[in-house]
Design a binder for this molecule. Structure first.
Ligand code: PLP
Length: 330
């Protein structure tokens, strides 16, 4: 079809319009595709742009941990200061709003939230998100909400943060096609928010990226228009795998909560006496099973490992057998 050229800096108009229609249909949110949606090279780029657009040197961003590995580097690369709030298994890895409130200073610019969470699989209740919005309103802060795992919510319904009263105008919603449509390599994400912030992000994007690749944008357009049912089936499979992996890890003696979303289990390895680095390396060497040390996601991730269940049930069962053998042989 000859569609191999650059697109608008904001991204293909058809794709922005389709995303706006999707957000209207599923979340009852109104974003103008002309100036409130920016197509990016994954949520990765969108996060970087959001931080660079929002932050002045020394501005602080409150960020619950354990969290996705790029958050702190993106904040720091933009000249900001990450202010991390630890969470633990005792609170199901949900951030405690009082701790956010206590962390606010005159330099705080934004709160970065991401539910369902990578690496913990934690989901937020509507009440928790409302409390976060209330703090942001009290102190006039932005909220950057990475909702890349929104569709991968297994119990109840995901609350899209900008739908909450008072949240829309201060939230930059980040989402993309990598997880819900299993399109990681196509590299398409988007940011939706207030026109001034989206324009500031677009200015950086225009000089660093020009536009997201048109091939990925065309594929994302197909996914958002016609892929919903297929991805729903995939999500049901993840739900089955989630139950298998959590049961297997607990049976192997690693205490593991049932994650409410994403595709990760985050069991405790404390009873083995190993650090998460040691556990991951020794498991890899002894049994050829790859897990990520919890410490990669922040200090409070120590004592845990992240196990992805974005793979076939056969492989998950084999990995569980090997993990059980590894622990028995320690
Ligand atoms: C929470 C979270 N945000 C962002 C990303 C990056 O996504 P993308 O492929 O859209 O750049 C990931 C990838 O694992 C993730 O887990």
């Amino acid at each position: 079809r000859g569609r191999t050229g650059y697109t608008s800096n904001y991204g293909l108009e058809e794709l922005r319009t389709a995303i706006a229609a999707y957000l209207r249909k599923h979340e009852n949110l109104e974003y103008n595709p002309e100036n409130q949606i920016l197509i990016t090279v994954g949520v990765s780029e969108a996060m970087d742009l959001a931080m660079r657009a929002l932050l002045n040197p020394g501005d602080e961003v409150i960020c619950p941990e354990p969290c996705y590995v790029s958050y702190k580097p993106c904040i720091m690369l933009a000249g900001g200061v990450p202010v991390t709030i630890p969470t633990t298994q005792q609170t199901a890895f949900r951030v405690e709003p009082d701790r956010i409130r206590a962390a606010v200073t005159p330099k705080t610019k934004a709160i970065l939230v991401s539910y369902p969470s990578n690496p913990t699989g934690a989901v937020a209740t509507r009440e928790l998100l409302e409390q976060i919005v209330a703090i942001a309103r009290e102190h006039d802060l932005y909220i950057v909400s990475d909702e890349i795992y929104d569709r991968l919510t297994y119990e109840g319904r995901h609350t899209c943060l900008p739908t909450l009263p008072g949240a829309y105008e201060r939230t930059i919603l980040l989402n993309g096609f990598s997880k819900a449509y299993a399109m990681t390599g196509w590299r398409i994400g988007y940011a939706a928010g207030a026109p001034d912030v989206i324009e500031a992000m677009m200015k950086i994007h225009q000089y660093t990226m020009l536009c997201a690749p048109i091939m990925g944008q065309m594929a994302a357009l197909e996914a958002i228009k016609n892929g919903y049912e297929d991805s729903q089936q995939m999500i049901e499979q993840y739900d089955q795998r989630r139950r298998v992996i959590v049961k297997g890890l607990n049976d192997a003696g690693l205490e593991c909560l049932m994650p409410g979303g994403a595709f990760y289990a985050f069991p405790s390895i404390r009873r083995t006496g190993l650090t998460s680095d040691e556990f991951a390396e020794r498991l890899l060497m002894a049994e050829k099973v790859a897990v990520v040390p919890g410490s990669a996601f922040g200090d409070c991730g120590e004592g845990h490992i992240r196990c992805s269940y974005a793979t076939s049930i056969d492989k998950i069962e084999l990995a569980l057998e090997r993990i059980a053998r590894f622990i028995a042989n320690l």
